[in-house]
Design a protein around this ligand. Structure first.
Ligand SMILES: *[C@@H]1O[C@H](CO)[C@@H](O)[C@H](O)[C@H]1NC(C)=O
Ligand SMILES: *[C@@H]1O[C@H](CO)[C@@H](O)[C@H](O)[C@H]1NC(C)=O
Ligand SMILES: *[C@@H]1O[C@H](CO)[C@@H](O)[C@H](O)[C@H]1NC(C)=O
Ligand SMILES: *[C@@H]1O[C@H](CO)[C@@H](O)[C@H](O)[C@H]1NC(C)=O
Ligand SMILES: *[C@@H]1O[C@H](CO)[C@@H](O)[C@H](O)[C@H]1NC(C)=O
Ligand SMILES: *[C@@H]1O[C@H](CO)[C@@H](O)[C@H](O)[C@H]1NC(C)=O
Length: 468
């Protein structure tokens, strides 16, 4: 009898699962690199890149997917010899990966303040517009005047929609480090984190948030040099090793996320174990000064320092865990700031989860790039056996949601129709289960009639006695 019950229970568990989506947290490798290659235009450019080993200076940082399924990635020009800073991942017939510069090679030309100089953070909105944040600073030098900017392109036509150049007081040519951007396409705002990394090592950093008004094409720097935008005293460790080895890494405001209803901005300094949030109504009110704004900042402690943050359209906040090589999910963190789950975790293949995007098929996409090892020159580059030494990965992880930009606010009619369709689905599943269980009972009884209680070795004697 017990045997039957186990059978029935396993069926009850199995049947509904076979009707639903992939398992939450299931992860699949999308792309893996040892070194990055580009769709060079000439043999000379290819040779210059490989002969000088410039590929050892390139890492994959940001990832976003457009509605056509194209993976856009950034390769910031933090070191020298990086051919392009923004592009689309393409493959050839042998599955070799290349970055095809976007919008063009010309628009990725180093030294031209009107072209893209060094892109880390960017966003692709629900109208397939790409918001490209140019840090300006390349190879550890001050940015050229006019190069720290925001460019918005229409991915359907590749036309430039809007351009904004940040002034020296909004983003310093030497001490700013524009890190990441989220956008509110309804009210027309962009929120940008500035990690404030100084040019001269040892100088104090200067973190902040930039609020960009799309309709007026202007910007305002806020929360400058506040606890919520500066480093804490944390010296982060990964797999038991300090980053860096000799002195703590210090980075200000970095991860940034907008709630799907656009009312709450969450952000965090990288070297800190606290997320901060503020209601966007205060950020959009440009009459408020920083002393007034900090009154509205709320802290939300967490287990690990983070790089990227992102809200799903289901109000789940995805948080990268640098110190634990994990992705955490916080279901409605505004109401339950301390309740979280580990979506995925791997101390080998999820090292330095950097940025989070969405593939519009229910998955989040995450770059794991071992940034700490890249910065400490500890990565191995090997052109002959590249796949034996994977440095950068793009994962997709099932999370049953889309980006915060694909949010439709709940309406009474749509809620009831979706819950009624859920009811229909549940009734269907229940009926199927009942029929299946009945059928199995019949089978088992037939089985018992036709065999004369021969002991079966696959069960323990105890189980066999129960069977009898
Ligand atoms: C890099 O890509 C170029 C084409 O842009 C190709 O000619 C070259 O063989 C590739 N090199 C390596 C080492 O992958
Ligand atoms: C890049 O920076 C390094 C280290 O400061 C320096 O040696 C190199 O000359 C720079 N390269 C260029 C192209 O500016
Ligand atoms: C940068 O350019 C702006 C606009 O042309 C100008 O007002 C400003 O003085 C320049 N700043 C520096 C540091 O050259
Ligand atoms: C940020 O880092 C600097 C340098 O290590 C340190 O002096 C400072 O105290 C840190 N900030 C905080 C708030 O701990
Ligand atoms: C690349 O890796 C192979 C082993 O997989 C090794 O024999 C070779 O020396 C490596 N090459 C370089 C340049 O490190
Ligand atoms: C989230 O996005 C998915 C896919 O576009 C959509 O089916 C779902 O209704 C969205 N959820 C909300 C709350 O907007």
């Amino acid at each position: 009898m017990q045997f039957k019950l186990i059978f029935v229970f396993s069926l009850l568990i199995f049947i509904p699962n076979s009707f639903s989506n992939p398992v939450i947290g299931q992860k699949t490798l999308v792309y893996a690199w040892n070194y990055v290659n580009y769709t060079f235009q000439t043999q000379e450019e290819t040779d210059e890149y490989f002969n000088n080993k410039y590929y050892e200076n390139v890492f994959v940082a940001g990832v976003k997917v457009d509605s056509f399924g194209r993976y856009f990635v950034t390769t910031p020009r933090w070191k020298e010899g990086i051919p392009a800073t923004l592009g689309i991942v393409i493959t050839d017939a042998e599955d070799n990966l290349y970055i095809q510069p976007y919008p063009s090679w010309e628009m990725n030309k180093l030294g031209d303040p009107n072209a893209l100089q060094s892109v880390l953070g960017f966003e692709i909105d629900n109208q397939d517009r790409i918001w490209i944040l140019d840090q300006g600073k390349c190879n550890g030098s001050a940015a050229i005047n006019g190069s720290i900017k925001l460019l918005i392109y229409d991915l359907k036509t590749d036309n430039l929609i809007q351009k904004y150049v940040f002034s020296e007081s909004e983003a310093s040519l030497s001490n700013s480090f524009l890190n990441d951007i989220v956008v509110d396409v309804v009210d027309g705002f962009g929120y940008i984190s500035d990690s404030g990394l100084p040019l001269v090592e040892g100088d104090e950093l200067d973190g902040g948030i930039l609020v960009y008004d799309f309709n007026k094409n202007t910007a305002k720097r806020v929360l400058n040099h506040q606890t919520c935008t500066q480093n804490s005293s944390l010296w982060i460790s990964i797999n038991g090793e300090h980053v860096y080895h000799d002195q703590p890494m210090e980075t200000g405001a970095d991860g940034i996320a907008l709630s799907p209803d656009r009312t709450v901005l969450v952000f965090c300094p990288l070297t800190s174990r606290t997320n901060y949030r503020i209601n966007t109504e205060y950020l959009k009110n440009w009459k408020l000064n920083d002393n007034e704004l900090v009154q509205h900042v709320v802290s939300m402690p967490k287990l690990s320092a983070s790089d990227g943050l992102a809200f799903g359209n289901n109000s789940v906040l995805f948080v990268t865990g640098l110190e634990t090589s994990s992705i955490y999910s916080y279901d409605n963190p505004i109401q339950n700031p301390s309740k979280f789950e580990i979506l995925t975790s791997d101390t080998q293949s999820m090292l330095w989860p950097d940025t989070i995007g969405f593939d519009h098929q229910g998955n989040i996409v995450v770059v794991s790039n071992q940034l700490h090892k890249f910065l400490m020159n500890e990565l191995v580059f090997n052109l002959t056996n590249p796949m034996d030494f994977i440095n950068f990965r793009i994962w997709k992880i099932y999370a049953d949601c889309d980006s915060y930009l694909f949010y439709s606010s709940p309406q009474p009619s749509s809620t009831s129709s979706s819950s009624s369709s859920n009811t229909v689905r549940n009734v269907f599943i229940a009926l199927t289960a009942v029929f299946a269980v009945g059928f199995i009972f019949l089978l088992i009884n037939q089985f018992r009639l036709h065999r004369k209680y021969k002991p079966r070795r696959m069960f323990s004697p105890e189980t066999n006695s129960l069977l009898n």
